[in-house]
Write a protein that binds this ligand. Sequence first.
Ligand code: URA
Length: 226
Amino acid sequence: MRITSELTTAAPLVPDRPTLPKLTVAAAGCRACPLWKSGTQTVFGEGQRTAKVMFVGEQPGNDEDLAGRPFVGPAGRLLDRALEEAGIDRAQVYVTNVVKHFKWEPRGKRRIHKKPSAREIAACRPWLDAELEVVKPQVLVCLGASAAQALLGREFRVSQQRGQLIDSPLAPHVLATVHPSSILRAPDDESRRAERKKFIDDLKKVSRIILARFDRGHFTPFRQAS
Ligand code: URA
């Protein structure tokens, strides 16, 4: 593994003719921004190279940082259940983040999530671009404003444009929805239930796109969402 410091972008670390295993190994030694110092480890994307759908979040959280896997904490569990309700098998999708290290600040004994800076997002971007190049998803789903603005532009507003198909060179079908952790932060049960339902409705759009394009014997990991 090559360890490189003082880089401003991960681009020089991305292997030629990348594969997911090669990228995972190379990213483990990434020091393109200072977040490697406070994170436990690089949390690279996870899923099959043949996945038709890629979900992109902001950055790993506390649990992901410790486990070394994306979306395995509370937000990940909410995502898993919502995917299931939308008829999508998590094992068939690729899940990653725009930033691959956990950024946090201490609060008592806890490590509290801190938003990544534009510089950190830019430094990490070559990893995401390489994941997109290898996986070539048919559907790209941005989870939350950080991912949506990083991938679709600073003007993108999840509150206004969630669930809408966006023209983008990144994939044939691109949309954004809320981040699952925003649902966990809803102020009461009623709004949490309503937000969760809207989130599942957005995921059902993804399910329908895949069914419409691939459910003719070529690709059948999705059950029909109601
Ligand atoms: N939030 C994210 O954006 N990504 C994760 O992997 C976990 C929580």
